[in-house]
Ligand binder design. Structure first.
Ligand code: ADP
Ligand code: ZN
Length: 731
């Protein structure tokens, strides 16, 4: 924004729209004038689009054709710090500013005036006949705390016609009422006392409270084993922010955790905070966006995109489970929420807390370098102890064909069953079997649109592509050679493991926890709660079990394939494997009973396995840091992934090779260029993907050079170049 001023009616102003145009548009200020930062509706062709007044107009457009802004919206104008944040985030991620604005305005109906409107609530009466459609309507209301939809919103979300809703209203199962369009949030009680902290916890809380009180930017890595009370401690910092009248944001990596966390906030501060994630209704999102802008939402709990909410006075950002891979957005605008949280906080003098039991190497290195403060919580709270850990050497276990539970692990599970305790089997593979092979012709059934094998999901009775989500019925005959009855499921997924566990222990209650088996966050949370309360003897889970849930009866964790993450050329393979297995192992023995974690592995002497077992975390990070340093790999060097994609393979390769040949702009900053090569997933949704990898020394102006490199390229229709700064995964 060039300058922040007021523009009189008819003055030329420059407007940034959320449309995919890579430039600003000139308009005339409307009647009554307009301030820079104002959200407006502006005419564009036959439409009216949302935009923000960015500054004085450039005047480089035929003045007779310049139109006037239609309307100024009744929401607080964009603050200067938000303008800076979007600008810097756009520069960092090499994303058009219009796309950043779109992230910052993802609240439908912002343009509507805050008047009264009809909303629907859940009634006290059950419907006389509970059809599937009616049940869906009630479920949607239930999932959103019982209230708050416009009739059209509700019918869209439940996928039912308006007559279904009308019927429910007539019966009193759904109640219609008139309410202010956007309800305000109840006030949180910042002074209500939390739990009595241990002396370590109290010392940590004191430091964090001081950081918040200072009203200066600073980032602290809060490292503590699972169950050490990190959440308890950072809630103290939240209380401090609320007390000083500033807003707080807590980012969580997974929606199911949000539900649990909201309950915890309610216990601590007396009321529920605002929430922001994909599971929230449109009405809830608009309400949250506006209340955040007006200051009426003191605390927001949300997914990564809540960083782009228009906070009025943000004083604290907590990134919980900061190492979690889901903080990196891998589609659309490619950004890492942890890095953006630090950027955002530095622009508004806020405190950042990065909490984790197993920090990312990036954050660990930043703490080592003194850029971040670091606080360690060394002990689990109360009597809970860390589990004993050991490996099971699969080379010396007598394994039957198509069996994945070793006799040693089965023996331990038996002991737990007899004692009435829970066992958890961890395998990071959804579905029944990762591969369906024809024993007649060798065909491996793949997705027709992607370079990926189809995964058998026996519950769904379908083969599913985990890349694009496409699915088809499990065939009886091979699609390639047409021979019948020769298709075989190869390898285990969680569903297959459940079958094996049931075979071995027919009387045990076996439960699967996998993200694809629950429809909503609330349903998933409910399942987790039932299981945690003792509703299962054997839990079989994907990585979802690694994320912060408590299982007090759990005393045994079996990692089915500890080698799974060790292979592959991924730069972060060792780090991710270390984090994931330690997180999972940390699920055992959280209450009074001590726990054991056993890793099935073919390479018990692998350094990562040894580091996990010995518990020498600092040793692991030091070794990992050294090897990255030697390779000038992140965080000691920088990388960017460039993916060229399109529908014609030859064309895609041609463009990638052209880029490689004409790379003077990045050569000037001593970049190394790798590729072009087919991307590890070389086709997604019918588009071919070719990859280039740029590696530059730390401190070099990477983004500027890449921008210059790609600037002259005229893309043929249907081809795309996407740039991933600091790539996390290499697919
Ligand atoms: P983390 O976030 O490090 O995994 P939590 O904050 O969730 O740890 O704490 C683990 C469990 O111990 C929670 O049930 C929490 O309520 C409990 N707890 C932690 N600290 C205290 C304390 N000082 N007093 C009482 N309970 C505590
Ligand atoms: Zn696919």
């Amino acid at each position: 924004m060039r300058e922040r001023g007021f523009y009189n009616e008819g003055d030329l102003v420059s407007v940034l729209t959320a449309e995919p145009l890579d430039r600003f548009l000139d308009y005339k200020a409307p009647e009554g004038g307009v301030f820079a930062g104002a959200f407006v509706m502006a005419p564009l062709g036959p439409r009216r689009v949302l935009g923000v007044v960015w500054g004085a107009g450039a005047g480089d457009f035929d003045i007779s054709k310049v139109r006037a802004i239609g309307r100024v919206l009744d929401v607080p104008p964009m603050r200067t710090e938000m303008v800076e944040f979007l600008t810097k985030a756009a520069e960092y991620t090499l994303t058009p500013l219009s796309l950043m604005l779109r992230l910052a305005t993802r609240a439908p109906g912002l343009a509507q005036p805050p008047n009264m409107r009809k909303i629907l609530r859940k009634g006290l009466v059950e419907p006389t006949k509970l059809t599937a459609a009616r049940a869906r309507v009630l479920q949607v209301l239930e999932d959103h705390g019982g209230a708050g939809f416009a009739p059209s919103e509700l019918s869209a979300m439940a996928g039912v016609s308006s007559s279904v809703i009308k019927g429910l209203i007539e019966q009193g199962a759904v109640i219609q009422e008139v309410a202010p369009r956007d309800l305000s949030y109840p006030k949180l009680d910042a002074d209500s006392a939390g739990k009595t902290l241990s002396s370590d916890q109290a010392a940590a809380a004191l430091k964090l409270r001081e950081a918040v009180r200072s009203r200066m930017y600073g980032t602290t890595l809060l490292k503590g084993v699972t169950g050490s009370g990190k959440t308890e401690v950072y809630l103290e910092a939240v209380a401090e922010a609320l007390k000083s009248g500033r807003q707080a944001l807590v980012l969580l990596p997974e929606i199911a955790l949000t539900v649990e966390f909201l309950d915890r906030v309610e216990k601590r501060f007396g009321q529920r905070p605002a929430e922001w994630h994909s599971g929230a209704s449109q009405a809830e999102r608009r309400r949250c966006w506006k209340a955040v802008a007006e200051g009426g939402a003191q605390l927001v709990v949300g997914a990564r995109s809540s960083l782009f909410l228009p906070f009025r006075d943000l004083g604290l950002i907590v990134v919980d489970e900061e190492h979690d891979g889901s903080y990196k957005q891998e589609e659309g605008v490619l950004y890492h929420a942890r890095d953006m949280a630090v950027l955002r906080a530095s622009l508004c003098s806020a405190t950042v807390i990065l909490a984790s039991a197993t920090p990312s190497l990036e954050s660990w290195a930043n703490a080592e370098a003194g850029k971040y403060a670091r606080i360690d919580l060394l002990e689990r709270f109360g009597t809970a102890e860390l589990p004993d850990m050991d490996s099971i050497d699969m080379r010396s276990e007598a394994m039957e064909v198509n069996r994945w539970l070793s006799p040693t692990l089965v023996g331990e599970m038996k002991v737990r069953l007899e004692a009435g305790e829970q066992s958890l089997l961890f395998l990071n593979r959804r579905g029944f079997a990762p591969l369906t092979l024809c024993r007649a012709c060798g065909e491996q059934i793949g997705c027709s649109d992607c370079d990926a094998r189809m995964v058998e999901h026996r519950f769904l009775k379908r083969l599913v592509c985990h890349q694009c989500g496409a699915s088809k019925p499990i065939p009886d005959t091979c699609p390639s050679c047409n021979v019948e009855g020769k298709l075989a499921a190869i390898g285990p997924g969680v569903e297959r493991l459940a079958e094996e566990a049931t075979d071995l222990f027919p009387d045990a209650r076996v439960a699967i926890l996998s993200s694809d088996l629950a429809e909503t966050a609330r349903a998933l949370k409910q399942r987790i709660d039932e299981i945690a309360a003792g509703g299962a003897d054997i839990i079989i889970g994907t990585q979802i079990v690694a994320k912060g849930h408590n299982f007090p009866h759990l005393t045994l964790v079996g990692v089915i394939d500890a080698d799974l993450g060790l292979q592959g050329g991924d730069l972060r393979a060792a780090e991710k494997s270390f984090q994931l297995i330690r997180q999972v192992a940390g699920r055992a023995g959280r209450a009074q009973k001590p726990g054991t974690a056993l890793l099935q592995t073919h390479q018990p002497e692998h350094p990562v396995i040894k580091a996990i077992l010995s518990g020498d975390e600092e040793g692991f990070w030091k070794a990992e840091a050294e090897s990255r340093q030697r390779a000038s790999a992140p965080p000691y060097g920088r990388m960017a992934g460039i993916v060229v994609s399109g529908e014609k393979e030859a064309q895609v390769f041609d463009l990638a090779r052209y880029l490689a040949r004409n790379s003077q702009a990045i050569n000037q900053i001593d970049a190394q260029l790798f590729g072009p090569a087919a991307a590890p997933v070389s086709k997604i949704r019918g588009r071919y993907r070719v990859r280039l990898l740029v590696k530059v020394p730390k401190g070099a102006p990477m983004q500027k050079a890449i921008k210059a490199w790609l600037a002259g390229i005229k893309l043929p229709p249907n081809m795309r170049i996407s740039v991933d700064i600091d790539p996390q995964s290499f697919f």
